[in-house]
Every structure is written in C-alpha cells, then in structure tokens.
Design a binder for this molecule. Sequence first.
Ligand code: C5P
Length: 406
Amino acid sequence: MLSGKNILIGITGGIAAYKICELIRMYKRANANVRVVCTPNALNFVTKLTLQNLSQNEVGIEEFNTDNYKPEHISYADEADIMVIAPATANTIGKIANGICDNLLTSVACAFKKPMIICPAMNCGMWDNTFVQNNISKLSENGVYILEPDEGFLACGYNGKGRLCDLEKIFKQTEEILNKEQKLFGKKIVITAGGTIEQIDTVRYISNYSSGKMGIALADAAYNMGADVILISTVNTQKPYGVISVKSAIDMQQAVENEFDNTDCIIMAAAVADFRATEIADYKMKKTDNTETITIELVKNPDILQSLCKKKKQVLVSSAGNETLSKAPVIVGFCAESENLINNAKDKISKKGCDYLIANDISRKDIGFSSDYNEVSILKKDGTIKHLERASKQEIAYKIFEEIYG
Ligand code: C5P
C-alpha cells in the first residue's frame, strides 16, 4: 500500500530517535521512498550516515545549504505525500504549533500542506505541561494527526506517559492516511461549520455554543482523502483548501446555494440558528433608567438543509429520478438532541429529506459541542442506522466518509 509513496520523516532531538532507524526500514521494505530531515539536536542520538544509508537518500539538516539552488524547505515539502515527525520533542511541537521556523525541519513543517503525523516522545512531566498540551490541541484542531505517547518506563528513569508509541502504530497510521487519500479524489465536497451569528445591533448578537470542530474535522478529512473542499464557516480558520467565512444563516444559505451545482456532497454540520432578529439596529441599543425589560422580536430563519433537499428533489424530478444522471449532491444533515435521540433523528431525516443524518447526543459532557470527541449515529434514508462509538472528531469524520462512500 505504500509502494511508490514519498514519505518524509522528521527526526528531532530525543532519545527515541534511535528507534526511527527501524521505522525507515519498515517503510523501505514496503517500497516507499523515504527522505529524512533532522534537527541538529537529533544527530546527538543517531548519525547522519546511518539515516542516509537506511533511507538511501541524502539527509537534510542545514537550512542554508549553498550546494543547492532550490530552497530546500520547499522542495522537501513539495515532494512528500506525508510528513511523519518522530520522535517529536516538546520544543519542536511548540515551534510548529506557533509557526516558528528556525531550522530546516520546522521550516519544512511550516510549508507542508499534506497530511502530517506527529509522534511526541518526552519526559512525562513535559508531556503533562499545560503549554505542551495546548500546542498539541492546537495542532490536532488544525488537522495534524497526533499519535500520543505510550505509558511505561522512560529513558529518563521515570515511569509515566511519554514513550514514543509503537512503530507498528506509526506505520499503520501512515498506510491508513495514504490509502484514504484516494477515496474522494475528483469529488467536490461542501461542508458548513460553526454556530451562525445573528446580529441584534452593531455590538450584540445571538449565537450558540457550537465550536465548529466537527465541521472542520470533516473538511480536513475530505481534503486528506483527496477531495476538492469548500468549508463554509462561522469560525475563522486558515486551511489549505477553500474557506468561505460567513456569519448569519442568511449568509450561509447564500454561500451554500452558490456551491450547489457541480457539488458531489453537501454536509450541513453547522448549528444554524432557527431565529434571527426581525430588525437589526444600526446603532448600539441603549438602556435608560426606567427600562427593566426589552423585547427583541425574532423571525424564523430559512431551513437551509430542508431547502437544499427540496432543490435536490427538483433536480431529480427533472432528470426522471436518475441520481447518476442528475449529478444532484448527496445531502447530509446533523442533529443535536438532548433527549430521545434516535426517535427525534428519525423524524428529522424524513421531515428534512436528506440522504444521511448524523445524530449526536448533546446532553453528554464528554462528547459533542466544544469537545474534541464525538459519538454519533448515522441514519440513512433507507431507514438503517449505524452507530459510531466515541472517538476523536477526526476519526468520526473519516468514518462518516467511509459510510457515505464505502
Ligand atoms: O432542525 P434542526 O436544527 O435540528 O436540524 C439540524 C440540521 O439542519 C443541521 O444539519 C443544520 O445544519 C441544519 N439546519 C439548517 N437550517 C436551519 C436549521 C438547521 O440547515 N435553519
């Protein structure tokens, strides 16, 4: 499965660097092309000659190499299908998460636009450090795959979480990602994310607690699986694919409808507000000494999902119901319920008319809204239901695409 793939390994200065010699051999045995880039500190643990012989390629260390006319950080980044940083020290993780590029490895990582796996390995105290954890979350939220360290006896003498995860796990994850990449090639996927922002006056708005994480995870997964992705989001985010920033439900509807034609799949993961202020004051509303209550009149927002499904029906009717001829998109909705999850979801899929409905239980604190995890049930229009156990939003995103595209 890795035959002919270009794998870029980034090695940083931790004792687990010696283990990466074996990882290189595993990739080579699978007929992958391997290039290695090291931080200068990595060479305290493993020699350049060893890495060079095993990878059968020159090893990149110096950022300002006068022998080569091409800027190396760009050529390393362009040539690889995936970048695997193992072991990743707290130092290098911190730099990558904050856009710092002070050596070849961090510059390559900064320019890298394809899937990246980071395998941290460090002392357990360092792994527990709040700033390190914040950097890990930041990377994970931005689509980087993190293979967390294992627990056990550490080279520094401590017992705890910090050991580089199994090489087999890194190898399998590489295979999985590169395999997934092909599945959505040639497909255009539009995904909405975040809670809509409904203005009341120039400084106030109505919104909800949606973090947009599930929609962004879906967009990242679709992109990593080779799709042409458009993310329509109320949450600001910079991505290597198209991001359209919107605020209100009306803006979102306009943006989604503009993308309807020639799209293979639309996923409405956004938490669209059901109501908006009837009138938006074009000034900051003031209180007076005798205002105890105020009334803001709300008007119903359009149901974007339902109107997309209606549009799809019309397209199908005009092509005599032939789904393949019609090129109508697969339409996927989300529903967030705090009670009677499955029954409410069943009602919703038939009322809205979408092809799939992803139901999540928002009464649970360990999944959903701002969590990095989710557990969902996928309802299909033929009445079947598939349950996905609790997993990271990234993993759930891949499983959703596997369910839709097999
Ligand atoms: O009806 P409910 O809000 O529970 O439905 C949720 C699904 O419908 C989500 O996919 C959401 O993005 C979509 N939705 C919509 N327009 C609305 C409300 C919800 O597209 N006004």
